[in-house]
Design a protein around this ligand. Structure first.
Ligand code: ATP
Ligand code: MG
Length: 242
């Protein structure tokens, strides 16, 4: 699903944000991305989402080299990926329902169906009753759950979550992670950046990729399950979207 070949990312500073990253994340894997602040976790996720391009090396996501995705195809590429950004990024003038269902609206899904799906996913996250609230009326943790609902509503093949439980209490964090596990068990590849060791301990079978100063470290920490043999033939992430 995701392959990185000798990826370097530099923002022009003295130290590269990511250095010589060589790794594969097979389809269907559940991976934690860990490492101290500034290690490069967000940069890694942004490269996968094609919000950034590598300075050197290349990245294959869903069978596509991200550097070669034509501009006009980018929205389709991104639509197949659910993302929970570290900075949440809700639209302040839109309601919870509008924020969560935006991607469905863009795809021309009828309003009734948008409402049904938004309610369903919000209810799973304990926020079914806040459809008409505005982000500023919600707590930090509630906003974070709205961002999670927005990432899940389109049933993405790939889910990227950057500190998705940063504003949540331990019980709620565990619940959210269990929702991610369930989505993963239905076939979605999941990559979660987190600092929360306690939370990771609940999922000992998940793979861990540890970054330190932009480099991969501690491979032995948790190698995760063996990749499936048929991963070479990953098809593109488009699914009849266009
Ligand atoms: N847009 C940018 N311009 C310049 N430097 C950047 C930019 N984005 C990230 N960096 C630098 O790249 C390095 C990695 O940052 P990144 O945000 O990926 O770390 P992180 O592991 O997500 O940290 P945190 O746990 O604090 O979220 C840091 O040194 C950061 O200052
Ligand atoms: Mg970060």
């Amino acid at each position: 699903m995701i392959k990185l070949y000798k990826v370097n990312k530099s923002f022009g500073g003295p130290r590269m944000a990511l250095r010589q990253i060589d790794l594969q994340i097979p389809r269907g894997q559940f991976t934690f991305l860990t490492g101290p602040s500034g290690a490069g976790k967000t940069t890694f996720l942004k490269l996968i989402f094609r919000e950034l391009l590598p300075t050197e090396g290349h990245l294959i996501v869903g069978g596509r080299n991200t550097a070669q995705i034509p501009q006009r195809y980018l929205p389709f590429f991104r639509r197949s990926i659910g993302v929970v950004f570290q900075d949440v990024r809700l639209l302040p003038r839109k309601t919870v329902f509008e924020n969560v269902s935006l991607v469905l609206r863009i795809q021309g899904v009828p309003k009734r169906e948008q409402k049904r799906r938004a309610y369903k996913v919000l209810k799973t996250l304990g926020l079914g009753h806040r459809m008409v609230a505005f982000p500023k009326e919600l707590s930090g943790g509630e906003q974070q759950r709205i961002a999670i609902a927005r990432a899940l509503i389109n049933e993405p093949k790939l889910l990227l979550a950057d500190e998705p439980t940063g504003n949540l209490d331990p019980d709620l964090s565990l619940e959210i992670m269990e929702i991610f596990r369930e989505i993963n068990s239905r076939g979605t590849t999941v990559v979660v950046a987190t600092h929360d060791r306690g939370l990771m301990e609940h999922f000992p079978d998940a793979r861990r990729i540890h970054l330190v100063r932009g480099q991969m470290a501690d491979w032995a920490e948790s190698p995760g399950p063996e990749p499936p043999v048929d991963d070479e033939e990953d098809e593109a992430t488009d699914s009849g979207d266009h």
